[in-house]
Design a protein around this ligand. Structure first.
Ligand code: FES
Length: 102
């Protein structure tokens, strides 16, 4: 069952950046890419827990600020040759508002 939850207006999310949303004690990084796509994943790199929200957004990946692993927004998986996976959440924009399925 989906549980779409209104988070904030898209304008409050930096383009090519992220904003951290707290939900039940978990920090979720919500990214906005150049095409105004929004993507959400746990703010914890699968490598050593780096803050992905502070990484560089490029296309559909974010580069971890600590050791440079690239994480795919859609799958949460590290781009080969790196390995690892972080939990993702469905995200969308409706009427200018960002919603997450939590
Ligand atoms: S903690 Fe993210 S690449 Fe090492």
């Amino acid at each position: 069952m989906s549980n779409w939850t209104k988070i904030a207006p898209l304008s409050e999310f930096p383009q090519l950046g992220a904003r951290v949303v707290r939900h039940n004690g978990t920090e979720i990084a919500v990214f906005r890419n150049a095409g105004d796509g929004v993507f959400a994943m746990n703010d914890k790199c699968p490598h050593k827990g780096g803050p992905l929200s502070q990484g560089i957004v490029s296309g559909n990946t974010v580069t971890c600020p600590l050791h440079g692993m690239n994480i795919c927004f859609e799958t949460g998986e590290a781009v080969a040759p790196d390995e690892g996976c972080v939990g993702t959440y469905p995200a969308k924009v409706e009427d200018g508002i960002v919603l997450l399925d939590l």
